[in-house]
Design a protein around this ligand. Structure first.
Ligand SMILES: [Fe+2]
Length: 170
């Protein structure tokens, strides 16, 4: 790094990856993929060949053939449990733009910048809500009526599908 701008750019990238990008990927794992048929998995057998017994079964009972391809019950249960744990916020989560100690520095300029940042995050949340309600965005207002919430900066404790922690541990 040669300039102050280089430092700012690098810090911005690190903060983005460790906060919002991570949150957008992590906290939707259970809401989107907790129900196994919603997410791709390892197929335990090949697609049935024409004229085989399973091929005929596929025509009459596709659910049964599908269930034969997915992972065993215990392995699946472990996957679902891990996904759920990873998608939860703890009761003491500190979200982006928040501090557990209100006076964390005596630097007035830094405190003012942090306050501005917090206000901008509030604006982001409002903007996402606004877009969720705008029918021109088909990926948000589709047949399932599932609003996009992963980049809402704040959340409550638990499995909410929203909230950007200030830092990530894994
Ligand atoms: Fe993570």
């Amino acid at each position: 790094m040669q300039t102050l701008k280089d430092l700012i750019d690098s810090c911005t990238i690190i903060i983005w990856i460790a906060s919002a990008l991570h949150a957008a990927i992590n906290f939707g794992q259970y809401p989107y993929g907790g129900y196994m048929p919603n997410h791709p998995t390892v197929s335990r057998q090949l697609m049935p060949e024409p004229d085989s017994k399973d091929y005929e079964l596929l025509k009459t009972d596709p659910d049964k053939v599908f269930l034969k391809t997915i992972m065993p019950r215990l392995q699946m249960l472990l996957g679902v449990v891990v996904t759920e744990i990873l998608s939860r916020h703890t009761s003491d989560e500190i979200y982006l733009g928040q501090r557990d100690t209100p006076v964390w520095t005596k630097d007035k300029e830094a405190l003012a910048a942090f306050e501005r940042f917090g206000k901008e995050l509030g604006g982001v949340e409002r903007k996402i809500m606004e877009m969720n309600g705008d029918e021109k965005w088909k990926n948000r207002v589709g047949p399932t009526k599932l609003p996009y919430t992963l980049l809402y900066p704040t959340s409550e404790e638990g499995l909410t599908g929203r909230g950007i922690p200030n830092s990530t541990s894994i």
